[in-house]
Design a protein around this ligand. Sequence first.
Ligand code: ATP
Ligand code: MG
Length: 221
Amino acid sequence: MNENMTQEFQGATKYVLDQELASIVNISMRLEMPLLLKGEPGTGKTMLAYAIAESLDMPLIVLNVKSSMKLVEALYQYDTLTRLNDSRFGDSKRDVSNINEYIKMGKIGQAFVADRRTVLLIDEIDKADTDFQDDMLDVLDQMQYDIIETDQTVKAAHRPVIIITSNAKKDLSDPFLGRCNFHHIAFPDPKMMRKIIHVHFPDLDEKLADNAIKAFQHAGH
Ligand SMILES: Nc1ncnc2c1ncn2[C@@H]1O[C@H](COP(=O)(O)OP(=O)(O)OP(=O)(O)O)[C@@H](O)[C@H]1O
Ligand SMILES: [Mg+2]
């Protein structure tokens, strides 16, 4: 346990939080479970991770998931090319015989080796395939992974607060859903929208904001 474990998330300066979402965040942190957030674009999924990091004063590490991404890229990368160059030209400050000098941590790796608890945002997980998703959850369950090239195990020094977002273009697998705390962020109603506009533009004319919200709703929401 470390000092962040007992901290409560109660919102951040630029994030409007309803009580339900606040509780889910705090429960997930207590249970040390990843929090999976779904919801329409613009509902504040990504920003929530920024807000948690800001309010609990933890470093934020962001893994932007891409469709072609392999899990190992999020764990570590072995820079064979630089090592080859260094061994050929011999003018590097690095010790070519030491593979460790050429291992670079990926985003999940950085969260594991950090010297304090971090917030790890895994953004847009639905872009990855099912194998990536399930393998990633194994790593996050065990809080460790192996670096094959050096036969070393990287263990998380501090279990990160894990926020995973999805736009739900594709369905996530059952094992994935079973291992996360899940929350759907509803599209904000006009009252919530007014509050959100207010934190970003405190000086904006009320009437103008109201008209904008009305126009927005007429346009389809
Ligand atoms: N509850 C909120 N409080 C304050 N600002 C908010 C809130 N919800 C959304 N916003 C604002 O709306 C914008 C979009 O939020 P964000 O990028 O987090 O959405 P998202 O759910 O991650 O969308 P996408 O699915 O497109 O990635 C941000 O500029 C953010 O500040
Ligand atoms: Mg987002």
